[in-house]
Design a protein around this ligand. Structure first.
Ligand code: DGJ
Length: 581
């Protein structure tokens, strides 16, 4: 009897496991994603992990010797995680022969330095092109075909229309994930994987090889049409608009459903100095520019290919995996200035439909429209992880405090990292507040605020109070210069004046934690009762092992005799307010 019910349970488990694709099965305890409120967090060993990261230059981690002087600097700069490339060329130098000594060494060194790792799989593509494919792939251009662009020209960019390329990449990636599971399945030093890097067609708007032309002239796959129909209410507005402008057809060729493609005869400059796109055009997407169908078509092809590579890797070891996007530059018109088909927000739906195994679509965020990009990359519950960006502390606070980011990662970190940098200061602050930030992400009890010199005061309603922030610029704000978010602010701010920024947490009905710097703050009540708000307790302090530790109790001069609250540079304040008539 006992045996029977046990085997029934085993059978039921087996049956339910069989119903779920391998990529969707998560072994308990390994790094994974979990929803909290409106955002998704990375859970490592049972706790949310905020990746205070940096991405190494492309080839920095290609030998342990080259990495040797860098590890300790990363730790001194208060990083807890590093993004390092692993290339197909080094993992599989000869077909079927895999080498993992470098991967093992990177894992060992990361552990020794108390760092976590995110590996970047430079497989078929890196910045559109295919420079990290092994020589045996590069040489065999018949088996592993390149794309063709205008005029039938080949460039060093593997075509998505090759099962041989896709399967060879997927085999190597699968072997890598099998190895990482063996080497790290218990210790969890490797948290996530980026699969490929900034994919998409360059120098033309789509692949014009024979199989690509044939597919482009054929019908939009039913699977994609079904997805668009099923999700029509939540599609990216840019995509919905293109679809509806062409009659919201549910069958037809790519051009029938999404409008005409770019004629082969049109020149595609590699760079263009065409008139700048306005922020509005940037945000509303590419529909006002040209030929979105080509990008939609390529997004589907890349999603299918990369999705297959990811699914194969996940079948071995199902940790979170993401694809990163080279973004459209607002001062350069498309096409020609970013890879066509990468996971940009206007085609996120294509990626979701074509690559359900991918967990995160991530921005390489070098644009000044930081908040707008974060907004577009968190639509429809996409988790926010920023694998490449600059070292702007105000953006760090905004990403974690306002957009529920999993991680933030300046590029070529080894060139700028130091214990004295502004990034190190803001990473220290965020790491001290991390348990509190993690507890409030995705809820309406936390946000972030930023102001540039010259900006008008900003009012933020949070909990039972509205906080009004005024840029003080008094003292040195330990936040690096940034371009400013409005033309007016840029014009008003003398060069080099940093933004002020802070994470704000409403920890109780009358209690706030504020982390950051550079403001004067006034409270007003937004519930009924006595009108005047007083500063009851103001403490400067820090979190040690998640517990608040007082450094200075503030009164008198430091809080304008109880009437003026200043958040000085790089400070965490606990403020309890009260009300009186
Ligand atoms: C974006 C790429 O993804 C990185 O690998 C790197 O090459 C940078 N651009 C260079 O700025």
């Amino acid at each position: 009897m006992k045996l029977t019910s046990l085997s029934c349970i085993a059978l039921a488990c087996y049956a339910s496991a069989m119903a779920v694709p391998a990529y969707a099965q998560t072994a308990v305890g390994i790094p994974h994603l979990e929803k909290q409120g409106s955002v998704t967090q990375l859970i490592v060993d049972g706790k949310p992990f905020l990746a205070l990261a940096g991405e190494l230059g492309n080839n920095t981690a290609s030998s342990l010797e080259n990495m040797q002087p860098i590890w300790s600097k990363l730790r001194a700069g208060n990083l807890n995680c590093v993004l390092a490339a692993v290339s197909w060329a080094q993992v599989e130098p000869e077909e079927g022969h895999f080498e993992f000594a470098l991967v093992d060494g990177l894992i060992q060194e990361a552990r020794r330095n108390n760092l976590k790792l995110v590996f970047l799989w430079f497989g078929s593509w890196k910045n559109g092109l295919s420079s990290y494919a092994p020589l045996w792939v590069k040489q065999d251009y018949e088996r592993f075909p390149r794309i063709k662009i205008k005029g039938g020209k080949s460039i060093e960019l593997l075509s998505t229309f090759s099962d041989a390329s896709r399967d060879a990449d997927a085999r190597a990636y699968r072997a890598l994930m099998r190895h990482i599971k063996e080497a790290d399945g218990q210790q969890h030093t490797v948290l996530m994987m980026q699969v490929e890097n900034e994919v998409g067609v360059l120098r033309d708007s789509r692949d014009r090889s024979e199989p690509a032309n044939k597919a482009f002239a054929g019908a939009v796959p039913k699977e994609l049409m079904d997805y668009l129909r099923k999700h029509k209410d939540t599609l990216a507005p840019e995509l919905r608009e293109v679809w509806s402008a062409n009659g919201s057809k549910t069958t037809g060729t790519w051009e029938e459903v999404f409008g005409p493609g770019k004629p082969d005869s049109v020149e595609m400059p590699i760079q263009t100095n065409s008139p700048p796109l306005s922020q509005e055009v940037y945000q509303t997407g590419w529909r006002k520019v040209h030929w979105p169908v080509d990008e939609i078509f390529m997004a589907w092809q890349y999603a299918r290919y990369v999705g297959k590579v990811v699914a194969e890797g996940k079948a071995e070891y199902n940790i979170p995996m993401f694809a990163n996007a080279w973004l459209q530059q607002p001062n350069m018109a498309w096409p020609g200035t970013y890879p066509s088909g990468g996971p940009l927000p206007q085609v996120h739906d294509l990626w979701r439909a074509g690559a359900p195994a991918i967990d995160i679509l991530a921005p390489d965020l070098y644009l000044e429209y930081f908040d707008e990009v974060c907004g577009r990359f968190t639509r429809n519950g996409n988790p926010l992880f920023i694998p490449e960006t600059g070292s702007t502390p105000a953006n760090v606070l905004t990403a974690f405090g306002k957009f529920g980011a999993i991680g933030y990662s300046p590029f070529a970190i080894e060139r700028s990292v130091s214990a004295e940098s502004d990034l190190a200061a803001v990473y220290r602050l965020v790491s001290q507040m991390a348990p509190m930030i993690a507890a409030h992400q995705g809820k309406d009890s936390m946000t972030a605020v930023r102001l540039n010199q010259g900006d008008a005061p900003q009012r933020v309603a949070l909990g039972n109070y509205t906080l009004e922030f005024t840029y003080t610029g008094r003292g040195r704000v330990p936040i690096a210069p940034e371009p400013g978010t409005t033309p007016q602010a840029r014009a008003a701010a003398p060069a080099g004046q940093p933004a002020a920024a802070a994470i704000l947490v409403a920890a109780g009905p009358d209690e706030y934690y504020l982390g950051g710097g550079g403001f004067r703050i006034a409270f007003s009540a937004n519930t009924s009762g006595p009108a005047t708000v007083g500063l009851g307790i103001v403490q400067e302090g820090k979190f040690v092992d998640g517990k608040w530790v007082l450094v200075r109790q503030l009164g008198g001069d430091d809080i304008g005799q109880g009437e003026i609250l200043s958040l000085r540079p790089n400070t965490i304040l606990r403020v309890v307010v009260y009300r009186y008539e």
